[in-house]
Ligand binder design. Structure first.
Ligand code: ZN
Length: 202
C-alpha cells in the first residue's frame, strides 16, 4: 500500500505558514514504514527539534482505479479515518528554502499515525467536524467542507498520475492550528464525537 498526502488544502493553514495558494493540489507521499497504528506511541526523532502535528482526515481506497472521473470518485473509497501528518518543520523549512524536495521532513519512521476507519456511509464526507486535543486542550479543529479540493476531486486528480490500489490511504490536508509536540505530550483526535486515536509522544 501507499500513503498519498495532500498539502495546502485549507486556506487558513496556507496563511499560517505564509504559503502561496496553489493552482493544483500539492501531492507528496509517505512510505508504509511511517505508519503507526493502534495508538502506538510516537518516538521523538533525534534529528529534529521541531516536530509539528498536522491532523488530517484520511480516506481508504477500496478498489483499483486510474484517471477516475470526479463524479465516480465516491465508488473508489468506502472508509474515512483520522491521522497525523507529523512534519519535521525545521527540515521542511530549510529544504523548501533551497527548492529541494522536503520528503525527509514527512517520510520518517512514525510520521503517519492513523486511527481505525469508519464507514463513509455513516457520515456526510463533505461536512465532517474533526479536532485534535494536545494534553486535554484543543489545538486544531476543522470541517471537511472547508477543503479547497474536496475528497472526490482529490481522488480524481491523484488518479490521473498515480494508479490507486485497494488499501491505499490518502491524507487530505490539515486545517489551521499546526504546532509543535514534545516528549510527554498526549494527542487525542476526534471525528465528530468519536474518539479516533489517543497516543503519547515519547
Ligand atoms: Zn499535512
Amino acid at each position: 500500500m501507499k500513503i498519498i498526502c495532500i498539502g495546502r488544502n485549507y486556506v487558513e493553514h496556507i496563511e499560517e505558514l505564509g504559503n502561496e495558494r496553489p493552482e493544483h493540489p500539492i501531492i507528496f507521499m509517505k512510505p508504509d514504514t511511517s505508519l503507526l497504528r493502534n495508538n502506538e506511541p510516537f518516538y521523538y526523532p533525534d534529528f529534529s527539534n521541531d516536530i509539528h502535528h498536522e491532523m488530517e482526515v484520511l480516506v481508504k481506497i477500496k478498489k483499483e482505479g486510474k484517471s477516475i472521473d470526479k463524479e465516480f470518485a465516491k465508488d473508489y473509497y468506502d472508509k474515512v479515518g483520522l491521522g497525523i501528518d507529523f512534519t519535521a518543520r525545521d527540515w521542511q523549512t530549510k529544504l523548501k528554502a533551497k527548492g529541494y524536495p522536503w520528503e525527509i521532513a514527512k517520510a520518517f519512521n512514525g510520521a503517519a499515525p492513523i486511527s481505525h476507519f469508519i464507514s463513509k456511509s455513516d457520515t456526510d464526507v463533505t461536512n465532517i467536524n474533526f479536532r485534535l486535543e494536545k494534553n486535554g486542550q484543543e489545538v486544531q479543529n476543522g470541517n471537511t467542507g472547508l477543503m479547497l479540493w474536496p475528497i472526490d476531486e482529490i481522488i480524481s486528480y491523484v488518479s490521473k498520475f498515480i494508479l490507486l490500489k485497494k488499501g491505499d490511504i490518502i491524507f487530505t490536508g490539515t486545517p489551521k492550528g499546526v504546532g509543535p509536540v514534545d516528549a510527554g505530550d498526549r494527542l487525542v483526535g476526534f471525528l465528530e464525537n468519536e474518539k479516533m486515536f489517543d497516543f503519547e509522544i515519547k
